[in-house]
Design a protein around this ligand. Structure first.
Ligand SMILES: C=C(O[C@@H]1C=C(C(=O)O)C=C[C@H]1O)C(=O)O
Length: 376
């Protein structure tokens, strides 16, 4: 039997050959890039890649090696594409993105819509971002807010997207896909939940507690201690508070913020019942124009992927190869396609950066239905 040293020497010789061949292959791919630039051809040719994968698998013997050689060539061709996108970028033929860069947002006389009623956390987020003199109105649902900007009755909408303890506001993710509206800003607001009821309500008189599902989730530890209370979801925490005022019923209470409790004349029965003491929610500012601030530093996109092994891995490699820092990934089921998912990715960068354009070009060719949700 050969010694380990001898076998390693043999591997070194083989690897030298692979390395030389890799460089030679990439050199040819540069030529392919030049050809494609000249002739306006797409970088990604899935048919050619599938033929190649089948051909190389044919040439090796065991199932293990068939799988291995496919993986190796998937990687090689993915590298080849990235080199080609880079050449396209250097030649300035990446194409223009349909977003217009602005020095600042047009906030003059802007009308802003938020979901809920007076006292909603969405309203507090709006006041934080736009200032207290902002012209505004409120609507019953997130969908109504999206429609208001799409049809132009409002210029901006403020929507919650994610909570530090309860996670994503999934409905808002889905609406971002459905509507031609784009994120232009974000703001983070600390959220403190109170348990509030009309005068005379006590912890022992309560049978039902009302709030937005996020409000119920963010106070689940406290609510679990009162397991007999029925938890009822309503569209907004401030709507729950308003309902308490309207019903005047001591068998029910609302999870809402202090301002809403005050506004609707409720007593606070328990303060700061949120599970996490630093509970906070990130809100996005959405508009109907494809614009971004020139100093924007975060990009949100979403895409579907072919239902094949390795496809997410290959798509995410565009971030790695362009040195882009991915800060978040979420997935949501694709409507009408059971067990298929749409991915939402946030990463650092500006749409004017070459690295960003390069990554988006690659993602656009290789993913299904890529949508840029905004740069802010
Ligand atoms: C090199 C090409 O570009 C891409 C990369 C391929 C490869 O590395 O073999 C194959 C198909 C294309 O997706 C080509 O079109 O031939």
């Amino acid at each position: 039997m050969q010694s380990l040293e001898e076998m390693r020497k043999e591997l070194d010789v083989i690897d030298d050959q692979i390395t030389t061949l890799y460089e030679r292959r990439m050199k040819v791919c540069e030529g392919v890039a030049e050809y494609k630039i000249k002739n306006g051809r797409k970088v990604f040719d899935k048919t050619r890649e599938n033929e190649k994968l089948a051909a190389v698998a044919e040439k090796v013997s065991t199932d293990f090696n068939k799988k291995g050689i496919r993986e190796l060539f998937e990687q090689l061709m993915s590298m080849s594409r990235k080199l080609q996108y880079q050449r396209l970028s250097e030649e300035g033929v990446l194409g223009r993105l349909p977003f217009i860069g602005l020095e600042q947002l047009d906030l003059d006389g802007a009308r802003v819509v938020f979901q809920g009623v007076e006292g909603a956390n969405n309203q507090a987020a709006m006041l934080k971002y736009f200032g207290k003199n902002v012209k505004n109105f409120h609507v019953p649902s997130f969908r109504d807010a999206m429609e208001a900007i799409e049809e132009g009755s409002a210029d901006y909408a403020v929507l919650p997207i994610e909570n530090s303890s309860a996670g994503p506001v999934t409905q808002v993710y889905d609406l971002l896909v459905e509507f031609e509206n784009y994120i232009v800003g974000e703001t983070v607001l600390p959220i403190k939940h109170m348990l509030a009821g009309v005068k005379g309500t006590t912890l022992s008189s309560i049978e039902r507690v009302y709030s937005h599902p996020q409000g119920l989730m963010q106070t689940s530890h406290f609510l679990d201690e009162h397991g007999t209370w029925q938890q009822i979801s309503v569209a907004n925490t401030s709507m729950a508070a308003k309902k308490m005022m309207e019903d005047q019923d001591t068998t029910q209470a609302a999870v809402c913020n202090e301002y809403a409790a005050e506004l609707y004349g409720l007593d606070i029965l328990a303060r700061e019942i949120n599970d996490e003491s630093d509970n906070s929610t990130r809100f996005i500012i959405v508009t109907n124009q494809k614009v971004f601030l020139k100093n924007a530093s975060k990009i949100s996109i979403c895409f579907e992927i072919p239902h094949e092994s390795g496809s997410l891995y290959h798509l995410l490699s565009h971030f790695i190869y362009n040195d882009l820092n991915m800060t978040k990934i979420e997935s949501r089921p694709v409507e009408g396609k059971s067990w298929e998912y749409r991915f939402f990715v946030d990463f650092e960068g500006n749409l004017a950066d070459a690295a960003v354009k390069n990554a988006i070009r690659g993602l656009r060719e290789e993913a299904l239905n890529l949508k840029i949700l905004g740069n802010y």
